[in-house]
Design a protein around this ligand. Sequence first.
Ligand code: FMN
Length: 198
Amino acid sequence: MIKVLAINGSYRVDGITDQSVEALAQALELGGAEVEVILLREFPIEFCLNCRACTQQPGVAPGKCVICDRMQELIDKIERADCYILAAPTNLGSVTAIFKRFMERLAVYAFWPWDMNGPQFRKEQAPKKKTLLVSSCAAPGILGRVFFGTSKQLKMSAKTIGAEVVGTLFTGMIAKQQHPKLPERVRTKIKALAVRLV
Ligand SMILES: Cc1cc2nc3c(=O)[nH]c(=O)nc-3n(C[C@H](O)[C@H](O)[C@H](O)COP(=O)(O)O)c2cc1C
């Protein structure tokens, strides 16, 4: 059975990101996949220390972080999964702070010894796993995709863990109600995206 890992960086219970990830999970499960959703807001991890101890260790496997928290558990889940959903709303032109904290802890996927100018991605040569990217914003979706950093940041996370992006759901104009409901046209798109992933 195909294992899908969804990592959701939304702060809000049943917001647009939660609803999008849930609709995707339902569609994928109907297609026979096993889906695990990690809500970063309920999955405490520390900030990266920028010590780069993890980046000194050679090899294609993620380096070991010096911090003893749940990030290792999350890395193990990432390694075991066949494909991903990476999701975060746009706050101040960026992924949420909670998603950025997760991204920085993905430093374990970089090999960057002290004498090298920049990092090498450990998964660069590995067979690519597929991923979908999910975001939302108050601005029109197309503007959000082009002008905000969210899309780039989600793509950077995908590249770091060795995933190729096979679809993006960027729902715009969605912040005019206190409890917005996922529009029907978005649900239709979600069904098509689920097929692309598995
Ligand atoms: C602190 C904050 C900052 C935001 N910044 C932006 C922004 O820069 N651009 C934008 O289009 N929408 C912005 N929004 C709107 C959110 O992206 C939008 O409501 C999103 O759908 C929230 O996701 P959620 O429903 O999963 O909570 C912001 C909302 C908040 C609360």
